[in-house]
Design a protein around this ligand. Structure first.
Ligand SMILES: [Zn+2]
Length: 350
């Protein structure tokens, strides 16, 4: 962290914590980067995860995936629209790059809910599970229509996340649905693989093969969660960072319930930031301090100066929205801007 960055004393511990989380993640990321590279050779399908910015949805943790393996897209409610120009361009670029390597993309479009209490569900959809599923399904259809006539190998599916047990629900494109939480915890790879052949019968074989380890990981994770008997209080919103930005810039916040991410793709970004502030406000109390974090990745293909300008713009927008709609929160929040190096996942404050 640069010495020029001045942090008011009441926010110091939060900023230190953020710096520590990033340093730990970056170290772990670099430690296993060779392993990740080898893994991607065996499992070349690009895994695109579209998810809500809710701080509890750590899909790679739920699936025991290697750090940096999943390409995450985050937005409040897991809402995306192919009509958002920069989003469409970003996604098309990923598909194009991947196509050049001869591999496919599996788009995993998620929604989330809690089986124990609707109020632990998705604030972005006002806790309405039916609407969340409709949103995910609608986006899946839109994505299919957008790329149907193009040459990419893209297969979009809808996947639910039940957050009490952090368990996945698979939806196939014929209306079928299967809860991994209801599968036997000792199911082996051969059995799961046979199941997938009938459930995702038209999914390319390589994609099914690459999806398998993620599902086996989730089966193991569900068993561990059941074993741990964790407290319900852990399951509620407790985020102390409101993030705006995207790409892989927030991957390092790989800890439950730390950050709520507003995303960056909706052209009406102010509206999304306002919604995120609304969620933070709903569980805010007088003694709570929080950070806002504008973060953008830079590295191959993304010029650092450009990323810096984007981060500055997000930071300004955060301030504008807070001043206009959440004036009472201003003394309790501190704004941070960071650039995240794609190759090392190290962040630097600007
Ligand atoms: Zn949500």
């Amino acid at each position: 962290m640069s010495k020029k960055i001045i942090v008011p004393p009441e926010f110091e511990s939060k900023v230190d914590e953020l710096v520590r989380i990033n340093a730990d993640y970056s170290e772990a990321f670099l430690d296993q980067s060779h392993e990740l590279h080898k893994y991607k050779e065996r499992h070349p399908t690009k895994m695109l995860i579209f998810k809500c910015g809710d701080g509890r949805l750590l899909v790679s943790r739920f699936c025991k995936a290697r750090l940096g393996y999943l390409r995450n897209f985050r937005n409040i409610g897991g809402k995306f629209n192919m009509g958002w120009l920069t989003f469409q361009q970003g996604l098309s670029r990923i598909l194009e790059d991947n196509h050049r390597t001869g591999n496919g993309c599996l788009a995993i479009i998620t929604y989330h809910f809690s089986k124990g209490d609707p109020k632990r569900g998705c604030a972005g959809y006002e806790f309405n599970v039916k609407k969340s599923i409709e949103g995910a399904t609608g986006f899946r259809g839109q994505m299919e229509r957008a790329y149907r006539e193009l040459h990419y190998q893209l297969y979009p599916i809808v996947v639910g996340i039940e957050t009490d047990e952090e368990a996945l629900i698979l939806h196939n494109n014929q209306g079928g649905k299967v809860y991994l939480s209801k599968m036997p915890s000792n199911i082996n790879e051969e059995e799961m693989s046979a199941y997938l052949i009938s459930f995702f019968s038209d999914m390319p074989e390589q994609m099914r093969y690459d999806l398998l380890p993620l599902l086996m990981g989730n089966i193991k994770h569900i068993a561990e969660i059941r074993e741990s008997k964790r407290e319900i209080v852990e399951l509620n919103h407790k985020e102390w960072i409101l993030g705006v930005g995207g790409g892989s810039a927030f991957d390092f916040l790989h800890i439950p319930n730390v950050a709520l991410i507003a995303g960056q793709y909706n052209p009406n970004l102010g509206k999304v930031i306002k919604q995120a502030f609304g969620v933070i406000k709903s569980h805010w109390h007088e003694d709570k301090k929080f950070l806002t974090l504008a973060a953008v990745s830079y590295g191959p293909g993304i010029h650092e100066q450009h990323a810096r300008m984007v981060v500055n713009y997000y930071n300004r927008l955060i301030h504008e929205v807070a001043s206009e709609f959440f004036h009472e929160l201003l003394p309790h929040m501190h704004q941070i801007r960071v650039l995240v190096d794609i190759e090392t996942q190290k962040m630097k404050m600007v």
